[in-house]
Design a binder for this molecule. Structure first.
Ligand code: ZN
Length: 149
């Protein structure tokens, strides 16, 4: 099977059979994200314990790229330490900028073709930016707590 078809297959599979889709209860943090230009709309539920993203689920609707990317993102970061999740977000961004592929992307490489479609890059990145925002909020709150606010 040519690589392009394999990549299409993986994206389609995640779109048709999304992983970690639904509402997570309990969740320690829920973020909503929208991309009005495309009509993508998703919620990300996170369960963070200590420095680990114990569980993650997403809900919402949108184009096939946004939904497939959200599904692939949850599968890739679930159970990972927050630091590793942040590294993966950075690697994903590099791939979306068309930079040489960082190591460790695994199945996510299926989305590399999106880098050539600027309009779609926003769709593919939506769930990832939301996760990044959630982790940053978590860190900021903890720092505030440590400083006695
Ligand atoms: Zn979209």
């Amino acid at each position: 099977m040519p690589q392009f078809d394999l990549f299409q297959e993986i994206i389609l599979d995640h779109f048709k059979k999304p992983r970690n889709r639904g509402e997570l209860t309990p969740a320690t943090r829920t973020l909503e994200a929208t991309l009005p230009s495309c009509g993508d709309h998703l919620f990300l539920d996170l369960l963070i314990e200590g420095d680990r993203l114990v569980d993650v689920k997403f809900r919402g609707s949108g184009c096939s790229i946004s939904m497939a990317s959200a599904s692939m993102m949850t599968a890739a970061v679930k159970g990972k330490p927050l630091g590793e999740a942040l590294k993966l977000i950075e690697s994903f961004r590099k791939m979306m900028r068309g930079e040489p592929l960082p190591a460790g992307l695994g199945e996510l490489q299926a989305l590399q073709g999106v880098a050539k479609l600027p309009v779609r890059v926003k769709c593919a990145t939506l769930a990832w930016s939301t996760l990044e925002q959630a982790i940053q909020e978590e860190k900021t709150e903890r720092e505030d707590e440590q400083h006695g606010h």
